[in-house]
Design a protein around this ligand. Sequence first.
Ligand code: NAP
Length: 489
Amino acid sequence: MELESVRHFLKGKTILVTGATGFLGKIFVEKVLRVQPDIKKLYLILRASIPSSIAERMHNEIIGKDLFRVLRDELGDNFGSFISEKVIAVAGDVSLENLGIKDANLRKDMLEEIDVVLHSAASTKFDERFDTAMRTNTIGALNVLYFAKNCTKVVILLHVSTAYVCGESEGLILEELFQMGKSLNGFSKLDIDFEMKLVENKLNELKTQNSKEETITSVMRSFGLERAKKHGWPNTYVFTKAMAEMLVEHKKENLPVIILRPSIVTSTYKEPFPGWIEGVRTVDSIAIAYCKRKLSCFPGNSKVVIDVIPADMVVNAIIVAMVANASKCSNNIYHVRSSMRNPIKYMNIADYGYKYFTEMPWMDKNRKSVKVCTFTILDMPSFKRYIFIHYLLPLKGFKLLNKICCQHFQKRYLEFNRKVRAAMRLVDLYGPYLFFNGVFDDSNMEKLEMAAKQGGVAMDLFYFDPKMIDWKDYFIKVHFPSISKHLIK
Ligand SMILES: NC(=O)c1ccc[n+]([C@@H]2O[C@H](COP(=O)([O-])OP(=O)(O)OC[C@H]3O[C@@H](n4cnc5c(N)ncnc54)[C@H](OP(=O)(O)O)[C@@H]3O)[C@@H](O)[C@H]2O)c1
């Protein structure tokens, strides 16, 4: 595999990006603009209820973010004109045909100009409404594929998936394509059109009953989880992402497509500076609940490897994979992960969390520091026992006292109730990842790295080898400080 210099590849190219307001999407935009200012254009598909708010979104949620401070400092007064010349915000929505781009002239220009497509948009809530997740993640991926196919000179579509499309599989998880219609549990046949029909029928049924929006949301969320579990996936998000992979692969024909599956993405390791993060995700939700003392234990297997990977490495892998696969009809899937080459265990992350939040405790609203105790990892039966003794029993007690002493215990009761619900929701959503017994094979990723090195790619700029990470250093000096600064309110 020969790899042109990445900068040379990007020069003069026009790239379509979906999901640019998201965590990964905007890191990609920043990196491309910083490493190759001679990029021709970036078209960013942004959702907006009214077209005039597109510019506002681009400023507030992308270009105006601290993430761009290195580029802003480099360009000084020219930053504004550089961005206006290179970046075009387009009102759209991936769940719609033609990506919801209404302006026919603009659409025509885009179809003629685009060389590369990065599809990063997704609904990333694990328990998203089934209709939203299907339309965004599954049908959205197909809409992006069709759009890319209509681009006259496109050389590559990179579809961002997730390593956890494998569900709760165990052992070595290969970088392999899904077979169309194959469920994970091996019992049921998965028919994507049928799933979509179920969504429409359920929505019609709810509308006929004049259900409130709140009810529709709650029913559709449960429905997604039900369908996902029926076919062997732990949640709606990974289920709809897996179906997206099936469709993309099935319908791509001659279009060069690659699927990149990151594991759990964490704050940037090095670029544009260490510790950029946005949005609370898997391990971070638990860390935040822990440092606020809402949780002191969580279920899981302490020896399990938690596969995390910093966001800048994912973006570098995206760029290098695009270059390596451009104009080639290969069947490449890439796991962007750490578990194979530099594993980190759940108990190590828990130890680093204890160390960091003991030295740098979270301050509550009264500016009082909140002391954490050691984080205990329990197996599921012990965790259930713990919840029963520490939460459910006192809850019952409060309920009883509440009846006797009227409103006196109401506040404590409600607070406890909220805590139990929050803890159980985290367990439901993230439990499968904390008992996950798989290791992501990374042969394709390794080959890509070797080819990049041999092809003369500047690996200090496009690094994505997780072996370079000292996890203790990263968690204590980069990731936990960054979640303290950016995510904890
Ligand atoms: N972050 C992780 O840990 C992780 C791990 C593995 C894989 N991934 C994958 O990586 C990709 C990026 O993830 P992320 O963390 O950057 O996600 P994110 O922060 O949740 O951002 C999602 C992006 O998708 C956009 N989007 C959602 N629905 C859309 C629609 N109908 N039309 C157009 N845009 C839409 C959002 O736009 P709005 O701002 O308008 O909502 C936002 O820009 C996703 O495909 C995700 O599945 C992420």
